[in-house]
Design a protein around this ligand. Sequence first.
Ligand code: 2M8
Length: 450
Amino acid sequence: MTAGAVPTRTGGSTELAGLRRLAVATLDANWEHDHTVPSRTLYPHQWSWDSAFIALGWAHVRPERAWQELASLFRAQWADGRVPHIVFNPALRVGAYFPGPQLWRSADVEGTPAVDTSGLVQPPVHALAALLAYRRAPDPAGLAALRRLYPALVAQQRYLAERRDVAGNGLVCVVHPWESGLDNSPAWDEPMAAVDAEAAVMRAYRRHDTAHADAAHRPTDLDYARYLAIVAAYRDHGYADRDLADGHPFLVECPLFNAAFGAAEHALAEIAALTGADPAAHRARADRVTEALVRRLYDPRTGTFQPRDLRTDRLVGARTVLGLAPLILPGLPARQADALVAEARSPRFGVARWMDRPLPTYDRTAPDFEPLRYWRGPSWLNIGWLVRHGLLTHGHPELASGLRRSMIDLVAGAGCHEYFHPDTGVGLGSPAFGWTAALLLDLLVDEPAP
Ligand code: 2M8
């Protein structure tokens, strides 16, 4: 194992070898025939962006599972190109997760796979993960897998570009907070306030998450009532994306989602070059997405990217870690990249060469910062991994290694938890979480700047 030259607070190589064993054991325990569950208790099915991060981890230890992971997810791709955010395991009992297939009813829609799925998507980090997985394990089987995946990844992008550009401005619109991956981020408070629903609706349902995690660390009942109302609106519209602007209750352009969308085109250009396809169109699309992100979501007054609520055509005010994600775009102009590095280093996010606390998901100086509640403050490894990737992309290896150390220290102190207290590092949510284990494996192997 190469743990990298930079010492962590965790120290010597024996300890790092132990961490690696813990990560592999966690992934092994969550492996389910052809995919990895995020958590055996909280999330026992397959999730879209989890599988992308998890594939990257598998590439370090069992590359064949990386390709199986992505292949099983893409087998559930809809005919329109959308990659559903949940693929349900038919072997599990009804009630193993809420909301289950009964709510989504994907089988009623034409062009859906034989297996039950949700109808939403998640940030398209898959092309980037597939490319990096191949770079971690560049063998002929990996190249063959990349070649098979390529058309599916292109179809995923085409769906987003053609069906989800609701404002016609070159960016993808998310139609549910679940699509952002940061479900209850303060970024969604403004758009969610306009969604008509009552917390009391939840009396008719049994939430599965609060049976396995502390309710104070999860979204509220009012959040869930609104989540269900938005799903029902989309489902009852047949998950059709036409006319969304006319009445869909939640329509937002998210900086992280769109950064992933642009980064996917960069990755596809590399995959095309590796597999004998033409990279040029991907590069041109990546440039267009980057330009649209800067034009639509960069706020020069705050020096960060903010989501745009399409129902009001206004940028939302909350400064969340979503705003740092455009750093993953290699073509981000220096002015915005520098502003994001300043934002990352500010007391709001505290990225430093030696970090005294982990990266939070929300401005830690905000009065409504909540250190325990899910995406409203706690530290998450996938977000730290993306920000670190962005810092490397824009020439900040010393900040990137500070972030890396702080992430390794989190797992060393608490285990492969789903998320962590952003002051104390205490583990929260699921104690055996897939992407934490997978991304730890990636972080343990220090890589050169992209
Ligand atoms: C969380 O989201 C699901 C809904 O999709 C949930 O709360 O039940 C989020 O953290 C999301 O980003 C993640 O993909 C999913 C599975 O880990 O859990």
